[in-house]
Design a protein around this ligand. Structure first.
Ligand code: ZN
Length: 509
């Protein structure tokens, strides 16, 4: 750390443009400082330093920024500097002074990817991979469920992304997605924290019905006011809708009743949410509509039914997440008929193109066998969401570097599987996972190549991160963070390879 002290001295004594370039050269030789994190504001220099237990921000030179940042003021014989925690409050100040660290809407970019970072330490690795590629990342992306399971908040998640962007000097723009939000309160909270994308989860307003549920369909349909039914019938029946691609769609009276029963409440809810909360921030917030949390896949006619009404009501949709056919289970490859997937994806794509938005693919990580289809059929216009797979790569780092910690985590995860299955649908069979006591450390490193083990660790993250002993000490959380900080370059390498393989198959260059 002596080098760091010297560097602080050097930075504290300098203050000009030329000095910045000299420091920029000098900083490259100090392993504890992130070289791209060196920034200047008037007479102040700022940079991030990695210590054993945490990262911190150092700021030198008197300026309004120096005075505003919260931290411990220190001085040597020659210079005065501040050591600041990477807190949410400090990240807000950084956002004011360095506009490139503010999240932005990303709808104008063709290809975007959500890189949910459950631990808040993966984003620098993601940025290093994506820099200068034809894709933009949503770095802050957590659902309410994920926030609850990890014990984090919208504020903290965005703050971690901002620090990563500052650390890596990433100036190409990133998004912040309040993911799978179901209520106006949650949306208001995410917007107030500066989120630039809202994914509205309509699942509580969707009736998950099959065409054979005749009685239920009729009951729900009839419950709508007469006037509403007349308007829907006038709009959808006895006409042909021709998409820009030339294909046409039409509704029989049965089709209409069926889709009204499934989606009409969700449509009305979406229209209300949009006009109240999103429209006033027109151009500042991307709006995604998710209708994917159903057991049956979304029929293209249903997709069109929803989209057509949203457009008629003046809702500007930036992306839509239908439920695709087959299974998109967490953290494993696509399961289903690829021919059928190709056919249906193409139909959904035509509808999305017709209305001018992107398809959004949820639980999008690890779907290597259908990535080429998605890339080709969408012509590169899509949003893909990943999250848990980044956590799995973190666990790989633990296995590789502290196998004993992983063995404890694994044993614990098996005891909490039933609890975690309440939140996540997976088909993993714990009996198919070999007892880790029978595996050598070397054999352990390939354990997460198997779907059953992947899924078990994938969904138990909340239990693992929050587990405490009788005195209230975390069983694993602190050890996990320490391990990932010490071995962060290995983690970034794993992310680079794994997410890089996603981009390659999707045709992103
Ligand atoms: Zn979803």
């Amino acid at each position: 750390m002596r080098d760091v002290a010297f560097f602080i001295e050097a930075a504290g004594k300098k203050a000009g443009e030329k000095d910045f370039f000299a420091l920029k050269e000098q900083v490259k030789t100090i392993p504890e400082i992130y070289p791209a994190s060196l920034h200047q504001y008037e007479k102040s220099f700022l940079f991030l330093v990695k210590e054993k237990a945490a990262k911190k921000l150092i700021v030198t030179g008197d300026s309004s920024l120096f005075r505003e940042l919260e931290g411990k003021e220190q001085s040597t014989s020659d210079v005065c500097f501040k050591e600041c925690p990477l807190s949410a409050d400090n990240s807000k100040i950084i956002r004011q002074y360095f506009p490139f660290t503010r999240p932005v809407p990303l709808s104008k970019y063709k290809t975007t990817i959500g890189l949910g970072d459950r631990l808040g330490v993966a984003s620098p690795g993601h940025i290093r991979l994506l820099k200068h590629k034809n894709i933009r990342p949503v770095l802050a992306q957590q659902s309410k469920r994920e926030l609850a399971l990890t014990g984090r908040s919208f504020r903290g998640v965005l703050s971690d992304a901002v620090w990563a962007v500052f650390q890596e000097d990433y100036r190409e723009g990133f998004g912040a997605d309040g993911d799978h939000l179901k209520t106006k309160e949650d949306i208001k909270e995410a917007l107030a924290e500066g989120y630039t994308m809202i994914t509205l989860d309509c699942s509580e307003h969707i009736h998950d019905l099959k065409p054979t549920d005749k009685g239920e369909i009729e009951r729900i349909y009839q419950a709508f006011p007469q006037e509403k039914k007349r308007a829907l019938e006038a709009y959808f029946l006895r006409r042909k809708f021709t998409l820009k691609s030339g294909e046409s769609l039409s509704f029989t009276p049965d089709d209409l009743r069926y889709n009204v029963a499934i989606y009409q409440s969700a449509v009305d809810f979406t229209v209300a949410v949009f006009h109240e909360l999103i429209a006033p921030r027109s151009g500042e917030v991307d709006f995604e509509v998710s209708i994917d949390e159903t057991t049956a896949s979304t029929h293209p006619l249903g997709h069109f039914f929803v989209a057509a009404q949203l457009m008629e009501a003046g809702v500007k949709v930036d992306s839509m997440a239908p439920r695709f056919c087959g299974e998109f289970q967490k953290g494993v490859d696509y399961r289903g008929n690829k021919e059928q997937f190709t056919r249906e994806f193409r139909e959904h794509q035509r509808i999305a193109e017709h209305f001018g938005y992107k398809l959004s693919i949820h639980s999008g990580s690890d779907k290597f066998s259908v990535f080429p289809i998605i890339g080709r059929e969408s012509k590169g216009v899509f949003h893909l969401k990943t999250a848990g797979t980044n956590w799995l790569e973190a666990v790989r780092v633990i296995i590789r570097t502290v196998p004993e910690l992983y063995r404890r985590i694994h044993a614990f995860a098996l005891t909490r599987l039933e609890e975690a299955k309440k939140y996540y649908h997976i088909s993993a069979d714990p009996a198919a996972v070999p007892p880790v006591s029978s595996l050598t450390d070397e054999e352990l490193t390939t354990l997460l190549d198997k779907d059953d083990a992947r899924q078990i660790i994938h969904i138990t993250y909340g239990e693992i991160l929050q587990a405490q002993d009788a005195e209230g000490n975390y069983l694993f959380r602190d050890d996990i963070y320490r391990c990932l900080l010490v071995n962060e370059n290995l983690y970034f390498q794993f992310l680079h390879d794994h997410i890089g393989r996603h981009l390659e198959k999707l045709g992103v260059t």
